[in-house]
Structure formats: structure tokens, C-alpha cells
Write a protein that binds this ligand. Structure first.
Ligand code: FAD
Ligand code: MG
Length: 309
């Protein structure tokens, strides 16, 4: 990546959910607004006065994809686990198919079927607990990616065992960034910043400076800066969501091979890519698998960059 940049427009962002700094000195004033969507603060900064249309897109997506919303398509699939296939919209079918493709591509480090184990830990409710080894052994088979059937003909999804569940939290913000970017291009908007709970996408004809949060430090302490143009910057880190129990720290990124929190091979993994979906998936997956997956990733996605902190 070209690390030189002009000073004409410099936007400095902190890659942290819910907060970032923003400066600009361009002729078209940029307006910034934020709402809580996907359970996190989403901020959209554009040279237009009203971003409602784009937040509406995010809210529609949340309605379709949140397993927490019992009327969502994902909740319907989960409710019918072990009972019957559920026909879904083209969009939901596409995202689930992509999630399963990435699961295979990352050799299972990315697994969108971890919901049974995520529930054991209490990540769904916030009532955290540490599951026993026996519980994890009992529930892990429900996360087996062989037990999902995707039928392209009728766009149906079937989780074949009762108790299985889809959770697309590891990639949906990335997908949403890409969808918004495409829409913004169609609408003729030539520059902007999307920050969906730390999934950042910056676009325009100038480089942007994006600052990466130092793990476990106070909000705003910078570990690293990257200079990017028309790219997404996504960070996964254990420090973002976790709880203490008996002096031990437990976090929200699960190693699908054990059901335990992934070992902190690195405190955070940042991916820079032109696809926010790819960046979101691989920040999570490389956090789980570390260096080995990094090499394969860079071979498959040579435009991307991986930053460890
Ligand atoms: P990432 O590293 O990108 O993803 C980690 C998340 O993915 C985990 O939290 C877990 O959900 C899942 N995961 C863990 N391990 C793996 C793995 N190995 N492979 C694949 N996935 C894994 N949160 C709330 O508290 N309240 C809400 O109401 C709420 N609603 C949401 C609605 C939607 C539609 C979505 C997508 C998320 C929602 N969330 C909600 C979740 C919240 O935004 C999460 O913090 C976020 O999705 C996790 O992203 P991340 O960038 O922090 O971490
Ligand atoms: Mg992710």
C-alpha cells in the first residue's frame, strides 16, 4: 500500500466501535450521523445533508439477519432446526452461502454455526458464564458445518439437527459496508466514510488516514496508522467484548475446534481490503488461526493487507 499521502484532506478515524475522530477541510462539507444498528453504533459520514436512506438499508438488513429478532429470516431458520427447510430471500440465501464458502476457505476457523456454543457462554444475553468441558463437548457437534443444507433451487436453508443455530455476527457488518458502498456509488456520492461498529470503509479520490486502536489501552490510543483509498479496514480483537471470571479474561471470538475462546495469538488482527466482507471474515478467522491462515489469505487476496497488534 502507498503510505505517502497529501494533507489536503485527512480523515482520522479510530477503529473502535462507537467513537471516532473526524476532520475535513474540503469544499463540500461532510455530515456525520450515527444510529445504533446491529447492536452497535453505526456512523455514516457523507457530503449530503441526510443519510436516512442508508440507515434504512442497515435497519432492513438487521430485520432480516438478526437471530435475536424472532421475526427475522435467520430466526426462522434457527427455529426450524431439525424440523424443516426454510425458504428465504435471495439476499439471505446469498449471505449464508458466502458464510459457508468462507468457512470452508478458512478451514473452519470462520464458522457461522457457533450459536449453540455462543449461547452457552451467554454472549446472546449478556449473562456471561464459563461452560464446562462436558457442556462444550455436548454442544460442539451442533456447530458442525456438515449439518447445514443449502438448496439453490428453492433457496431454502435447513439446519438438520435440533438446537443448531446461525449467527452471522462475524461477517454481517462487513457485508453491510459493501452493500452501502455499492448503493452510494449508484447514487453518485463520490466520497464518504462508513463506520459500522468498527468496520470502516473509506472512499473517495484522496487517501484517508485510519488509526487502529491499541488493544487493551484507553479508547483513542493509537497502535498503528494505515493510509488507504477506497478500502475497508476491519479489526477483530479479544479486548472488544469480554468478561472476567475468577481472575481470568474470556472474550467473544470462539475457536470452533474447541468451543473455547480463541487463544490470543495476537491482541488484534486488522485486515485492509477492498471488500469489507472479506476483511470482516478474515479478521475473525486469522484471529483464531494466526500466521498459517495469514499466508493462505494473502495468496488468495493479494490486494489485502494484514496487521497484527
Ligand atoms: P468479529 O470478530 O467480526 O465477530 C465476532 C462475532 O462473530 C462474535 O461476537 C460471534 O457472534 C461470532 N463469532 C465468534 N467466533 C466466531 C468464529 N470463529 N467464526 C465466525 N463467527 C464467530 N449485539 C448485541 O449486543 N445486541 C444486539 O441487539 C445485536 N444485534 C445484532 C444484529 C445483527 C444483525 C448483527 C450482525 C449483530 C448484532 N449484534 C448485537 C452483535 C454485535 O454487533 C457484535 O458485537 C458483532 O457482530 C461482532 O462483531 P465484531 O466486529 O465485534 O467481532
Ligand atoms: Mg469479523
Amino acid at each position: 500500500m502507498n503510505r505517502s499521502f497529501t494533507n489536503k484532506i485527512i480523515l482520522a478515524l479510530l477503529i473502535i466501535s462507537g467513537a471516532f475522530l473526524f476532520y475535513t477541510s474540503c469544499s463540500h462539507p461532510m455530515n456525520s450521523s450515527s444510529y445504533v444498528v446491529f447492536g452497535t453504533e453505526c456512523r455514516i459520514t457523507l457530503p449530503v445533508s441526510d443519510s436516512k436512506k442508508y440507515f434504512d438499508i442497515l435497519k432492513q438488513m438487521e430485520k432480516k439477519f438478526s437471530y435475536r429478532d424472532e421475526n427475522s429470516e435467520i430466526a426462522k431458520i434457527n427455529k426450524n432446526a431439525g424440523i424443516a427447510p426454510v425458504a428465504v430471500s435471495d439476499e439471505v440465501f446469498y449471505v449464508i452461502s458466502e458464510a459457508m464458502r468462507f468457512s470452508a476457505e478458512t478451514d473452519g476457523a470462520f464458522n457461522p454455526l457457533l450459536l449453540p456454543v455462543i449461547k452457552l457462554w451467554g454472549w446472546d444475553t449478556g449473562e456471561y458464564r464459563v461452560p464446562t468441558k462436558e457442556e462444550l463437548e455436548r454442544y460442539l457437534p451442533l456447530c458442525d458445518t456438515n449439518n447445514i443444507v443449502l438448496n439453490e433451487n428453492d433457496k431454502s436453508v435447513f439446519l438438520t439437527k435440533k438446537g443448531m443455530g446461525l449467527d452471522l455476527g462475524g461477517l454481517l457488518k462487513g457485508y453491510a459496508c459493501d452493500v452501502l458502498y455499492e448503493q452510494l456509488k449508484k447514487d453518485g456520492i463520490k466520497k464518504g466514510i462508513l463506520n459500522l461498529g468498527g468496520n470502516v470503509f473509506v472512499f473517495g479520490n484522496k487517501e484517508y488516514k485510519v488509526a487502529i486502536q491499541k488493544p487493551y489501552a484507553e479508547r483513542g490510543v493509537v497502535a498503528d496508522n494505515v493510509f488507504v483509498k477506497n478500502k475497508s479496514v476491519v479489526t477483530s480483537g479479544a479486548y472488544e467484548r469480554g468478561f472476567y471470571n475468577n481472575g481470568n479474561y474470556y472474550h467473544h471470538i470462539i475457536d470452533p475446534s474447541t468451543g473455547e475462546c480463541a487463544k490470543e495469538l495476537y491482541k488484534s488482527v486488522t485486515i485492509v481490503s477492498s471488500s469489507s466482507l472479506v476483511a470482516d471474515v478474515y479478521s475473525t478467522a486469522i484471529f483464531v488461526k494466526g500466521d498459517k491462515l495469514k499466508s493462505d489469505f494473502l495468496l488468495n487476496y493479494p490486494e489485502a493487507e494484514v496487521i497484527f497488534n
